[in-house]
Design a protein around this ligand. Structure first.
Ligand code: COA
Length: 339
């Protein structure tokens, strides 16, 4: 039975984050453990990436299960219930199923009303920022009241565990935010800057499994269903694009970098974060960093870090936070939030 329809909301003046939550599976895979399985070392991984360990979901622990836990924490933080949600946006490249959207599976597991709009979005590591911007625009329209935006990944199922150049980088996890409207001007999501370089698709992609290359015994044997990455090229582009996107959004809003209380960058590699800090002339302690504990969790990376930063007291009322991401596509994005 459909839930009763709600009257439309009045268009709010601002869109604000009302609550955050995150979840990381209990299974920890350390660099020492990886070194026993392949020709790598803690020293190589830490020096090149800053990653010390990553979380790995159990076999029965699906993308939707991790998302539900992060979402429940965000709803509790916002003092709302699933019945209050009328928009669910799930950013992921590791859906439970190719079809239908994992958002619909999460909707059913959480008990979100059947009158809620539910969809997935694929912008890889920039996915959460794409989802946040989309949700805020839909709330700003006045047609939706409360959105759940989730970034969630089970990347352990799509990495090639025999390829030491990629498998050491990625991990599993989830982060979520609840977004709503506010009559107060100048707070919440005050700006975003999203973009993509579609000509560079093959720098970071999964060649098999899509409609142009459906799975065959040969494609499975060739490992076409796992992440392929040109690491050096991606590294250079990531640094340049994240720097430019951070600079552009600051300029657009007439802000200096030192007015940002906390930068939450996509957690791909500590060296990329250090390069952005140097470019923005900000001390590294102005950045929230948890890549050492989770590795790169793609769409989950920023909301997971955002939730941990809030819970660690790194974000206070009135603060400006800069979020900046880069990922397969190649997509990028930045966002400014006034708390
Ligand atoms: N352990 C030990 N040695 C490894 C290794 C590992 N896990 N992975 C690669 N190597 C070896 C390489 O085979 C190479 O050996 P060779 O010189 O004998 O050929 C050597 O280490 C150097 O490899 P290279 O690829 O030049 O390393 P790098 O300094 O470029 O670092 C990455 C590799 C992947 C860490 C780096 O390119 C990177 O972080 N790229 C961006 C990745 C990313 O963030 N992607 C997601 C974006 S959202």
């Amino acid at each position: 039975m459909p839930s009763p329809l709600r009257p439309p909301a009045l268009a709010p003046v601002s869109t604000v984050i009302l609550g955050t939550g995150s979840f990381a599976p209990a299974g920890i895979l350390t660099n020492a453990e990886l070194s026993k399985r392949m020709d790598t070392s803690d020293e190589w991984i830490v020096t090149r990436t800053g990653i010390r360990e990553r979380r790995i979901a159990g076999p029965g622990e699906n993308t939707s299960d991790m998302a539900v836990k992060a979402a429940a924490a965000a709803l509790a933080d916002a003092k709302l219930t699933p019945a209050d949600i009328d928009l669910l946006v799930v950013a992921t490249i590791t859906p439970d199923l190719t079809m239908p959207a994992t958002a619909c599976i999460i909707q059913a597991k959480l008990g979100i009303p059947t009158t809620a709009a539910c969809f997935d979005l694929n912008a890889a590591c920039s996915g959460f920022l794409y989802g946040l911007d989309t949700a805020c625009a839909m709330i700003s329209s006045g047609r939706y009241r409360h959105a759940l935006v989730i970034g969630v990944e089970k990347l352990s199922t799509i990495v090639d565990w025999k390829d030491r150049t990629t498998c050491v980088l990625f991990g599993d996890g989830a982060g979520a935010v609840v977004v709503g409207g506010s009559p107060r001007p100048g707070i919440g999501l005050i700006g975003t800057r999203l973009g993509a370089f579609g000509e560079s698709v093959d720098l970071l992609h999964i060649p098999g499994g899509g409609s142009n290359a459906p799975a065959t015994p040969a494609s499975i044997a060739a490992g076409d269903h796992t992440i392929k990455m040109k690491g050096k090229e991606v590294f250079k582009l990531a640094v340049r694009v994240m720097e430019e996107s951070a600079r552009d959004i600051l300029e657009q809003h007439g802000l200096q970098a030192d007015q940002i209380a906390c930068v939450i960058p996509h957690q791909a590699n500590l060296r990329i974060i250090e390069a952005i800090a140097q470019y923005l002339e900000l001390p590294l302690d102005r950045f929230f960093i948890n890549v050492d504990r989770y590795g790169n969790t793609s769409a989950a990376s920023i909301p997971l870090a955002l939730d941990e930063a809030r819970r660690a007291g790194r974000i206070k009322a009135g603060d400006l936070t800069l979020l900046v991401a880069f990922g397969a596509g190649l997509t990028y994005g930045s966002a400014l939030i006034r708390w």
